[in-house]
Design a protein around this ligand. Structure first.
Ligand SMILES: [Cu+2]
Length: 373
């Protein structure tokens, strides 16, 4: 009898504590949910870097909601742990252990099933976002060829515009020529005069007939960082290929990188991806993210996002004269654009503003802060 009344009197403050803890937890969750309308703030980024593409924003939302889900689970687990160690400990003077819950089948089934449900939910949303990020839609506004080589980049415009305004800038003549040449020069014959398979998927390493060439190209050198100019607010398709070893195209602000393989088709690689929308003008550094040899660390480039009007003018300035353009190179076109549109400022700088050429002298030994850029 005495024991029951003690338990009843103890249950009052205990109930109050539990109610307060419950209230605090639901208030915090409600605060998080309400701020979900604008979850793009520093706290709810949970350390996620700032991206500039729609794809990057979708990945960040997945990260934010995953963190919130993990925190909710954390609060529940911490709450249960706290509740157990506080209210279900062996009391002083008690001869027996508190009630034990070992081998409680429904309970054990529940906490075995719960993690699977959580994994299934996380998996579902991950697949949804991943499908969005890797989705390629027909008729992108701009198609860019990216060719990686030891140790720099070549950017070319394959098509610009859509529908009747679409301009084909591919250099088909050069591509056909190259295919013909490489086929002739690399044809291997065995002693009986029959074709002999080469070392890469039956092709010779010298067979570069898969590479794309365009009539407007920007090639990086050891003294010039290549700049890839693209429009904001437009769907940009990027087609990757390497002229030698495996490289990787990485623009940190896109929060996306993809390996750049030689002969992607023969290597069964999906070498095409799209950026549905770059949401602001700016200069963004790009890097090779695959260890590709001696000067790998120097394989930087810059993405310059310009508004569609500026981009259209840039393409006009760069287009070959026989296509009605001015036939300027990248630096001259940007300089000219800056002259015509002084408000362009650094966006029209003829040289990269986010990184600079490295010293390719292998005997150069002086450490400098610059090497970290
Ligand atoms: Cu590389």
């Amino acid at each position: 009898m005495a024991r029951t009344s003690t338990a009843r009197s103890a249950s009052k403050p205990r109930g109050r504590i539990l109610r307060r803890v419950g209230l605090a937890a639901s208030l915090s969750i409600a605060a998080l949910m309400l701020s979900g309308c604008s979850i793009n703030n520093d706290v709810l980024r949970f350390g996620w870097p700032t991206g500039v593409t729609e794809q990057a924003h979708r990945m960040r939302e997945l990260w934010t909601w995953s963190c919130i889900a993990a925190l909710v689970m954390g609060v529940i687990v911490w709450g249960l742990t706290f509740w157990t160690v506080t209210f279900h400990r062996k009391k002083k003077g008690d001869d027996e252990f508190p009630k034990q819950f070992g081998y409680n089948v429904p309970l054990e089934l529940a906490y075995t099933a719960a993690p699977f449900v959580i994994i299934a939910i996380l998996f579902y949303f991950t697949v949804v976002v991943q499908n969005y990020v890797t989705e390629n839609k027909p008729n992108p506004d701009v198609t860019v060829d990216v060719t990686a080589f030891q140790w720099n980049w070549k950017f070319g415009y394959r098509t610009v515009g859509t529908g009747p305004d679409k301009v084909d800038l591919a250099n088909h003549q050069r591509e056909d020529q190259l295919k013909q040449q490489t086929r002739e020069s690399v044809e291997h014959k065995n002693d009986e005069g029959e074709p002999r398979p080469g070392p890469i998927q039956g092709k010779d390493v010298e067979d570069l007939g898969y590479l794309h060439y365009d009539r407007v190209e920007t090639v990086g050198t050891s003294t010039e960082i290549p700049i890839l100019v693209v429009p904001t607010g437009k769907r940009v398709q990027i087609e990757l290929a390497s002229a030698d070893v495996v490289h990787s195209f990485w623009v940190p602000e896109f929060l996306f990188k993809r390996d750049v393989m030689p002969d992607p088709e023969a290597n069964h690689q999906e070498n095409i991806f799209q950026i549905s929308n770059i949401d602001r003008e700016g200069a963004f550094v790009g890097r090779c993210a695959e260890m590709c040899g001696t000067y790998h660390s120097m394989m930087n480039f810059e993405v310059r996002a310009l508004n569609p009007q500026r981009f259209a003018r840039y393409i006009e300035l760069r287009k070959p004269t026989d296509m009605g353009g001015k036939g300027l190179d990248n630096a001259s076109a940007l300089t000219q654009l800056g002259k015509e549109d002084p408000s362009c400022g650094d966006l029209c700088s003829p040289v990269a503003t986010t990184t600079h050429p490295f010293n390719p002298d292998r005997t150069y030994r002086q450490a400098s802060e610059d090497t970290t850029r």
